[in-house]
Ligand binder design. Structure first.
Ligand SMILES: [Zn+2]
Length: 773
C-alpha cells in the first residue's frame, strides 16, 4: 500500500511538472525572453470582443495598437477594436512607462482580465507586442485563444542588433526591402544596414550628381556564376529616388528599426567612376563592373574634386537618414593606382605621409581620407562606422569598427577605445553555404555558416576588460548578394539563420541552448509558413555526420534530423521510399557506394540526401600530416583526405582542408605491402579567395616508413589572371611497385602573384581526396 501511495505522489509530481512546463512553453518563442514566470490564476481569453487600449495623445503606442490589431487579424482571423478609453476587462493594454534602464525593455503580464504590455519606451512595448504576435502565430488559427497567466520581463542583451542587405550587386525593389524590414522586426532586429553603392551599381539618387543613377545604376551584363569572363548579356540595374529612400526609412522607423546607409569608399567605387571618370586616378575607361571581386580602380585621393564629390553625396543623404551612424566602408581598397598616380603621390608628399614599419604611405593616405570624411560627418552630427580595414594606417578618431574578417579587429578597436560591432564572416555571413551538401544548394559565394554555427556565435570575445566589453555594442549578419539574385533566394539564405542571430543578439548567453532553440524553431517555422516566407528547411531534412575509422579501414555515416518523422535510406542508388530500410544506427561503409536518404512520413518527404563514397587503397587508412591545416579549414584534419568524399568547388564545407604559409606533406600507411602504380590528389584554386595550388606535386614510397624513394615529381604553374575557380586532379603514374607507405609533398606558393590585388600576401593551398591504386 505504501508503495502504491508513493507512486501516486510521483505521478502527481510528474503531471504538475509537465503542466508547469507547458504553461511556460506557450510564451517561449524566438528570441527567448529573459524571464518568463507563470503565475497562478485563470488564463486571459482572447476573442473578437477583446479590445486593444492605447492611451490618448500617444502616437507611438497608437501605431503599435494598429500593428497589433493587424497581427491578430492575420494570426487569428479576428479584427479587434482599438480604443483610448480605459477598459478594465477583456483588454490588451499598451503602455510605455515601465521603469528600466534598458530603453528597449518591457514587462508583459497576462491575467484573467487583461494583458498589459508595458515598455520602458515605445520600442519596448513594440517588442512585447512582437512576442504576443509570435505566440499567436505559432498556435493554431482560432478566433478564441487562451493566454495563460504570466509575468514576463524582457530586454535585449545588445543595443545594436543589425542586419545588412547588399542591393548594389543585385538590385532589390522597394517592395522587397519593406518585406525584409518586416522580417527584421519579427526577429527583434533594430538596425538595417543598407549597402547602397558598390562597383556593380550605384543605387541612390543624388541630385547634384545625376549621372550616378543615369549611368552608375546600370550594368550591361553580369558574370555567369563563377565563370570568369562569361557574361549573360542581360542589362541589370535600378536605383531608389530620394522619395523612395524616405519612404523606406519611415517604414523601418515605425517598426523601431534604424536605417544606416553605406556609401563604400574609397574603393568599391567603379559605378561612380563610370559616371564621373575624372574622380579616378586613370581618369577614363571605366565601366560599371560586370564581374565580382575587387577592382584596382578606386577614387583618386590626390584630386580635391573627389572630396567635393563625397561631401556633395553626404550632404544630400544626411536629411534622408536620421540615423546617428553613417557607414563609410573602407574595405578592400587596393593601393595600386595611388602608387602610380602623380596626383596621389603629390598629396602624400604634401601631407608628409611616410611609410613606417606597420603601414605604407598609401595606407596612410586612405586613413587621411576616412578621417577627413569622418570630420565632415561629425560636424553634421553623424558618427561613422567603417569595415575593419580602416584600422590599417591609423583609425579615424571617433569611428566605430565593423569587424568582418574575424573578431580580432573588433578586439583591437575596443582596446584602442573605439566601439565595435561584430560581423565575422566565420559566423554571420548569410551569403555563405548553410549546408555541407553544397551541390544541392543554390550557388553561393563560398564559406560555410550553418544554423548551429550562427547560434554558437558569442559577440564578446574572451579576455576583454569590463570597460572593453561595453564597447562591443552588438552584432550583425551580412547578406552580400553577388550570387543572390532573387527575393526568394534572399529569404532562403536569411531564414532560419536570422532566428539564430536574433537569439545571439537578444537573449543573454547563459539562457541560450541550441537543442532548446531547435525545439522552439520547429514551432517558429509555422510563422514563416503563415507569412509565406521562403526559408531553408535543412533542420527538417537529413543531416549527415561522417567518421573515418582508420583502425578498421571503414567509413561511418550517421544520419540525423530534427523532424519527428523517421529517415529511410537506400544503398543501391534508388530513391528512398516508405518501403526502404528505416534508419536506426550508423551505416558502415567499406566499398564504393551511393547513399540516398530522406525523412519520410505518409504525407511528407524531405529533400533527398545523396552522398557518393569512393573507395581505394588510401580510403580510411591512417594518415599523418607534417603541417597542421589552418584553423578555419582544418575540419577533420588529414582524415578529410581519405574519407571517400570528393570535394566540390564549395571549398569550405568540410570536404577540403587548407594550408596557409605551410607546405603540404602527408604520409599514408597502407598497413601492408601493396602493389601500387598511381597516386592522385585534388587541389582547388580560386584567386578571388587567395587560393592558389601547390608549386610542385611529389610522390615518394617506402616499405619501412623511414627510407622513402621518390617515384614522381612535377612542377606546377601558379594560376593566371583570367583563370576561374577550378579543381585540378594532380596525378602521378609510375611503374608498378610494392610499398607500405606513400608520402605526398606539395609545397605552397609563398606569395600571391604581382597581377593580383593582394600581391605579395601569403596564399592558401587547398587539398582533398587522395587516391592510391
Ligand atoms: Zn590618384
Amino acid at each position: 500500500m505504501k508503495k502504491h501511495i508513493s507512486s501516486l505522489i510521483f505521478l502527481f509530481l510528474c503531471f504538475s511538472v509537465l503542466g508547469q512546463t507547458s504553461k511556460d512553453d506557450f510564451y517561449k518563442t524566438i528570441p527567448l525572453a529573459q524571464n518568463i514566470n507563470s503565475v497562478s490564476g485563470k488564463p486571459f481569453v482572447l476573442s473578437s470582443k477583446t479590445k486593444i487600449y492605447s492611451p490618448k495623445n500617444n502616437a507611438g503606442l497608437k501605431q503599435i495598437a494598429v500593428f497589433l490589431s493587424e497581427y491578430i487579424e492575420i494570426a487569428n482571423g479576428i479584427k479587434l477594436q482599438i480604443t483610448n478609453s480605459p477598459v478594465k476587462e477583456n483588454a490588451i493594454v499598451l503602455e510605455n512607462n515601465f521603469k528600466d534602464k534598458n530603453s528597449e525593455a518591457y514587462n508583459f503580464t497576462a491575467n484573467q482580465n487583461q494583458v498589459v504590455i508595458n515598455g520602458a519606451t515605445s520600442a519596448g512595448t513594440f517588442y512585447g507586442v512582437q512576442l504576443l504576435r509570435k505566440v499567436l502565430l505559432e498556435n493554431e488559427t482560432k478566433s478564441q485563444i487562451e493566454l495563460s497567466a504570466v509575468e514576463i520581463t524582457d530586454y535585449p542583451r545588445f543595443a545594436y542588433r543589425g542586419m545588412h542587405l547588399d542591393v548594389a550587386r543585385h538590385f532589390a525593389s522597394v517592395e522587397f526591402v519593406k518585406k525584409y524590414i518586416d522580417l527584421l522586426a519579427l526577429h527583434n532586429i533594430n538596425t538595417f544596414h543598407w549597402h547602397l553603392t558598390d562597383d556593380q551599381g550605384w543605387r541612390v539618387e543624388i541630385k547634384k550628381y545625376p549621372k550616378l543613377t543615369q549611368i552608375g545604376a546600370f550594368r550591361n551584363e553580369t558574370q555567369v556564376g563563377k565563370q570568369v569572363g562569361v557574361y549573360d548579356g542581360k542589362p541589370h540595374g535600378g536605383f531608389y529616388t530620394q522619395e523612395q529612400i524616405k519612404e523606406v526609412v519611415a517604414y523601418a522607423q515605425k517598426r523601431f528599426i534604424t536605417t544606416i546607409p553605406e556609401i563604400d569608399l574609397p574603393g568599391h567605387m567603379v559605378a561612380a567612376l563610370s559616371s564621373y571618370p575624372e574622380l579616378g586616378c586613370v581618369g577614363e575607361g571605366y565601366e560599371v563592373y560586370k564581374k565580382w571581386g575587387v577592382s584596382d580602380d578606386v577614387l583618386c585621393l590626390g584630386n580635391e574634386k573627389t572630396f567635393t564629390f563625397l561631401e556633395g553625396v553626404f550632404t544630400e543623404l544626411i536629411p534622408l537618414f536620421p540615423a546617428k551612424y553613417f557607414h563609410i566602408g573602407g574595405d578592400e581598397c587596393p593601393k595600386k593606382r595611388w602608387e602610380k598616380c602623380p596626383k596621389c603621390q603629390t598629396k602624400i608628399a604634401e601631407l608628409g605621409l611616410r611609410k613606417d614599419s606597420k603601414h605604407s604611405a598609401e595606407e596612410k593616405l586612405q586613413s587621411y581620407c576616412m578621417s577627413r570624411i569622418e570630420k565632415f560627418l561629425n560636424a553634421k552630427g553623424k558618427q561613422v562606422i567603417g569595415w575593419d580595414e580602416i584600422l590599417e594606417g591609423g583609425i579615424a578618431p571617433n569611428a566605430t569598427i565593423m569587424s568582418w574578417r574575424s573578431t580580432q579587429a573588433g578586439i583591437e578597436a575596443v582596446k584602442q577605445g573605439h566601439k565595435a560591432i561584430m560581423t565575422p564572416s566565420s559566423h554571420v555571413y548569410f551569403d555563405y553555404y548553410q549546408s555541407t551538401d553544397a551541390a544541392s544548394e543554390p550557388l553561393a559565394i563560398g564559406g560555410f555558416t550553418n544554423l548551429e554555427r550562427v547560434y554558437s556565435f558569442e559577440p564578446i570575445p574572451n579576455g576583454l576588460t569590463e570597460d572593453e566589453r561595453k564597447l562591443v555594442i552588438g552584432a550583425q549578419a551580412n547578406v552580400w548578394r553577388e550570387y543572390i539574385e532573387s527575393d526568394a533566394q534572399t529569404e532562403y539564405m536569411v531564414l532560419p539563420r536570422l532566428a539564430a542571430l536574433s537569439e545571439v543578439v537578444w537573449t543573454n548567453a547563459d539562457k541560450k541552448n541550441y537543442g532548446n532553440f531547435l525545439n522552439r524553431l520547429s514551432d517558429f517555422l509555422k510563422i514563416y509558413d503563415k507569412l509565406k516566407y521562403n526559408y531553408a528547411k535543412h533542420i527538417l531534412e537529413v543531416s549527415p555526420e561522417y567518421k573515418v575509422d582508420t583502425e578498421n579501414g571503414q567509413l561511418i555515416l550517421s544520419l540525423k534530423t530534427t523532424s519527428k518523422s523517421p529517415i529511410y535510406y537506400t544503398l543501391d542508388g534508388s530513391e528512398p521510399t516508405l518501403q526502404s530500410k528505416k534508419y536506426s544506427e550508423s551505416i558502415i561503409i567499406n566499398s564504393a557506394v551511393t547513399v540516398k536518404a530522406a525523412v519520410i512520413s505518409e504525407n511528407y518527404k524531405s529533400k533527398i540526401f545523396t552522398k557518393k563514397f569512393e573507395f581505394n587503397k588510401a580510403t580510411a587508412k591512417p594518415i599523418v600530416l607534417e603541417n597542421e591545416p589552418v584553423d578555419r579549414y582544418r575540419f577533420n584534419g588529414g582524415k578529410t583526405l581519405v574519407d571517400g568524399r570528393t570535394g566540390t568547388t564549395a571549398f569550405s564545407t568540410g570536404d577540403w582542408i587548407a594550408l596557409y604559409k605551410d607546405d603540404f606533406e602527408a604520409t599514408i600507411d597502407l598497413k601492408s605491402l601493396q602493389q601500387i602504380k598511381e597516386v592522385s590528389m585534388n587541389t582547388f584554386t580560386s584567386q578571388n579567395d587567395w587560393i592558389f595550388g601547390p608549386k610542385q606535386f611529389q610522390v615518394l614510397i617506402s616499405n619501412d616508413g623511414i627510407n622513402f624513394t621518390p617515384v614522381y615529381s612535377e612542377d606546377l604553374k601558379i594560376a593566371e589572371k583570367d583563370d576561374g575557380p577550378k579543381i585540378t586532379n594532380l596525378k602521378a603514374v609510375f611503374a608498378e611497385q610494392e610499398a607500405k607507405y606513400v608520402k605526398i609533398k606539395a609545397p605552397i606558393f609563398e606569395k600571391i602573384p604581382e597581377w593580383h590585388y593582394s600581391a605579395g600576401q601569403p596564399t592558401f593551398l587547398f587539398v582533398d581526396e587522395i587516391t592510391i591504386n
